[in-house]
Design a protein around this ligand. Structure first.
Ligand code: DGT
Ligand code: CA
Ligand code: CA
Ligand code: ZN
Length: 576
C-alpha cells in the first residue's frame, strides 16, 4: 500500500498515545508527538527525504525514530508500535477519537474501569460509572455519550454501492413472498445518497406478521433489535441495520414517501401542507382537523401525495430540500436523465494495462449492455503499477483496437487513453500521439497531497493543453477510503468551459466522482458532463447506474450529458 506523510504521521501520533495509555515515559510521548507534527507539516514527501538519506536533519527526528520510519516504509509498522498494540486492547485508540478524551483520560478509563473500546465506553457511560471517576464527573459522562452517538453516525455510513448490493436481494426476497403485494427500498438508498446510514424497506401486505417472520429469517441476519407487527429492525452481517415497515396497499404510497425522506424535504412539505389546511403522516395526507379513523385525502401512491399538495411528482433523488419544491411549484423540475439515455461509455481498462478482459471481451459486453460506442482508455506509462502504456505499446494497442472493430458489428470501439496528469501538470505521453486518438481522458493518479493552488494549477494545465477531452475522476476520492484532493472546483469548471473539456462523473462503485453537488455546479455553469464506469472488467458496465444516480441528484437532464449523444454529435461539442 502506498503511504503518504499523513499516514506516517498518524502511526507516530498513535504510538505517542499508546505509550501514554500504557503509562510509559513522558519524554518518549513528546518525542513521537513532535515527530508526527514535523511530518504532517512537511512540504515534500517523507519518502523522498528517506531516499536522500537526510531524515535526521528534520526537527524532532532522531536516529531511533528515523529507523522506525524506515521500518514503516518496508513493513507498514515498527517494533515499538507492534509491542504496544499487542499489550493493549485492539480498539483502544478508537477511544482517543472521542472528543474530550485525550490519552490521559483513556488511560484512567482503562486502568480503573477496564474500558478498551467504544462499546465498553458506551456501556460505562450508560451505567453512570464514568461520572464517579476522579477527574470526570457528570458533564464529561454526558459529553461522552453524545460523542459516541455522533461517531457512530458519521463512522457507520456505508458507500451506497455496497448498501444497494445488500438491499437488492432483500427487496427481491420480500417481493417474492406470496403475502407481499409491493416492496421497495426506501430511505437514503432510494435517494441514491452516496453513503447510507441504514437500510429502509417498505412493503404492502394484509399479513404483516408473515412478512416480518420472513424478514427476520433472511440469510445474514445477526440480531433482531425490534420486532412488531408494523415495524421490525434487524442487524445484518457487517453491522448494517435494516428497518422494515409494512402497511396495507392503500397506504403504501404514503409509507413509501415517508420513509424515503429526506427529513428536510418532509419539513418543507409539511409547511406547505399546513398552509393548505392539511397534515402529513406516514399514513397519508389528512385534513388538519381530521379525527382518528377519518380517511386520508391521499395515501395510495406518492403521486397522489404530491397532487394533494398541488405539486407534480418529485423524484426521490431530488428530495433533499435543495430547491425542488419551488421548482415543482413553478412546474420547472428537470426531466432527469435515465440509464437508457446513455449511448456509450468513454472510460475503461483492458488487459493492456490493469483491466481483466481483452478489447474484444469488453466490446462484446458493452454491446450486450446496449452501448453503441465505447472508448478503450488504458493507463499511460507513468502508472507503472497499472502496467501503463508507453508510446510503442500504445501504437500496438491502437492497431489491436482497429482489428477488433474489423471483427465485430453493432458497436464502435474508439481509441483512447487515460493519460496521467503528471506532478507538474504535463501529460504523460507526447502531444502528437495523443492527437491521433479519438478520445483522451486525463486523470491525476499520483502526488495527490499537493496543496489546493498547486493541484488546481496542475489540472488546469491539462485542461488548457488542447489535447484532452475530459478530466477523469476529478477529485480523486475513494468513498470511505481516501478524501478528495484539494482542488478549486469552480476554477476547474470555468477552465473546462473555456477550453471545451468535459468533467467526468466516474460511476465506479468506489468513487462516485464528481459528486452530486459538484456535478450540479458544473451543469449550472453550462458545462456538460460525461458519465463513465472506468470499469476494469467486462462485468462492470452496469455500474453506470451509480453514475446516473449521481447525475440525477445533480438535477441533470440528458442534454447536459455528452454521452447521451451519438458519437459524432458528441464530438461536435469538443470541436475547438
Ligand atoms: P440514512 O439512513 O442516515 O442514510 O438516511 P435516511 O434518510 O435513510 O434516514 P433514516 O433511515 O433515519 O429514516 C428514513 C426516512 O424516514 C427519512 O429519510 C425520513 C423518515 N424519518 C425518519 N425519522 C424521521 C423523523 O423523526 N421525522 C420525520 N418526519 N421523518 C423521519
Ligand atoms: Ca436509512
Ligand atoms: Ca432507518
Ligand atoms: Zn483513473
Amino acid at each position: 500500500m502506498k503511504m503518504n506523510n499523513a499516514d506516517y504521521a498518524r502511526l507516530l501520533s498513535d504510538t505517542a498515545a499508546l505509550i501514554e495509555i500504557s503509562g510509559g515515559n513522558t519524554f518518549r510521548v513528546r518525542a513521537f508527538e513532535g515527530a508526527a507534527r514535523t511530518l504532517s507539516k512537511l512540504p515534500v514527501s517523507v519518502e523522498s527525504i528517506m531516499d536522500a538519506g537526510t531524515l535526521t536533519s528534520l526537527s524532532g527526528i532522531g536516529k531511533s525514530i528515523a529507523q522506525d520510519l524506515i521500518s514503516i516504509r518496508a513493513t507498514g509498522s515498527f517494533e515499538l508500535y507492534d509491542t504496544l498494540r499487542a499489550d493493549l486492547p485492539d480498539h483502544i485508540l478508537d477511544l482517543t477519537r472521542v472528543q474530550g478524551l485525550g490519552p490521559k483520560k483513556v488511560k484512567a478509563l482503562y486502568d480503573k474501569l477496564g474500558i478498551g473500546d467504544l462499546d465498553q465506553l458506551e456501556a460505562a457511560a450508560l451505567s453512570g460509572a464514568i461520572a464517579g471517576l476522579p477527574g470526570f464527573g457528570q458533564k464529561t459522562q454526558d459529553n461522552i455519550s453524545r460523542e459516541i452517538e455522533r461517531l457512530r453516525r458519521v463512522g457507520g455510513r456505508r458507500p451506497l454501492t455496497l448498501a444497494l448490493m445488500i438491499a437488492q436481494p432483500i427487496v427481491e426476497a420480500l417481493r417474492a413472498l406470496p403475502q407481499v403485494q409491493r416492496a421497495e427500498i426506501a430511505g437514503s438508498a432510494r435517494r441514491w445518497r452516496e453513503t447510507v446510514g441504514d437500510l429502509d424497506f417498505v412493503a404492502a401486505s394484509d399479513d404483516p406478521e408473515a412478512v416480518m417472520a420472513a424478514f427476520v429469517a433472511l440469510p445474514g441476519v445477526q440480531e433482531v433489535i425490534a420486532r412488531g407487527p408494523t415495524k421490525t429492525s434487524i442487524i445484518l452481517a457487517g453491522e448494517l441495520q435494516a428497518d422494515l415497515r409494512v402497511v396495507t396497499l392503500d397506504q403504501f404510497g404514503a409509507l413509501l414517501h415517508h420513509f424515503t425522506g429526506s427529513k428536510e424535504h418532509h419539513v418543507e412539505l409539511r409547511k406547505r401542507a399546513r398552509a393548505r389546511g392539511l397534515k402529513i403522516s406516514e399514513y397519508g395526507v389528512f385534513k388538519i382537523d381530521a379525527a382518528d379513523g377519518d380517511p386520508p385525502v391521499a395515501s395510495r401512491t406518492e403521486a397522489d401525495i404530491y397532487a394533494a399538495l398541488d405539486l407534480p411528482y418529485i423524484a426521490p433523488e431530488l428530495r433533499e430540500a435543495a430547491g425542488e419544491i419551488e421548482a415543482a411549484e413553478r412546474r420547472a423540475l428537470p426531466a432527469l436523465i435515465e440509464l437508457a439515455d446513455l449511448r456509450g461509455d468513454l472510460h475503461m481498462h483492458t488487459t493492456a494495462s490493469d483491466g481483466r478482459h481483452s478489447i474484444l471481451e469488453m466490446a462484446l459486453a458493452a454491446r450486450a449492455f446496449g452501448h453503441t460506442y465505447i472508448v478503450i482508455t488504458d493507463h499511460s506509462q507513468s502508472s507503472t503499477i497499472a502496467n501503463g502504456l508507453d508510446p510503442a505499446r500504445l501504437r500496438q494497442h491502437m492497431l489491436d483496437i482497429d482489428a477488433v472493430n474489423a471483427q465485430i458489428d453493432g458497436i464502435e470501439v474508439k481509441k483512447g487513453i487515460e493519460v496521467d496528469i503528471l506532478k507538474d501538470g504535463s501529460l504523460d505521453l507526447p502531444d502528437d500521439l495523443l492527437d491521433e486518438l479519438d478520445f483522451v481522458i486525463a486523470s491525476v493518479h499520483s502526488n495527490m497531497r499537493q496543496d489546493r493552488d498547486t493541484m488546481t494549477a496542475r489540472v488546469l494545465r491539462a485542461v488548457e493543453s488542447g489535447h484532452v477531452h475530459a478530466i477523469g475522476h476529478p477529485t480523486g476520492r475513494l468513498l470511505g477510503q481516501r478524501d478528495p484532493f484539494d482542488i478549486d472546483i469552480e476554477a476547474l469548471i470555468q477552465a473546462c468551459l473555456k477550453h471545451r473539456v468535459a468533467l467526468e462523473i466516474n460511476a465506479g462503485a468506489g468513487r462516485l466522482d464528481l459528486k452530486d453537488e459538484h456535478a450540479r455546479l458544473a451543469a449550472q455553469a453550462g458545462l456538460p458532463l460525461v458519465i463513465n464506469t472506468d470499469t476494469h472488467s467486462a462485468e462492470g458496465f452496469a455500474q453506470l447506474a451509480f453514475g446516473v444516480g449521481v447525475a440525477r441528484r445533480a438535477w441533470l437532464e440528458p442534454r447536459q450529458v455528452l454521452n447521451t449523444l451519438p458519437w459524432d454529435d458528441m464530438m461536435a461539442w469538443f470541436a475547438r
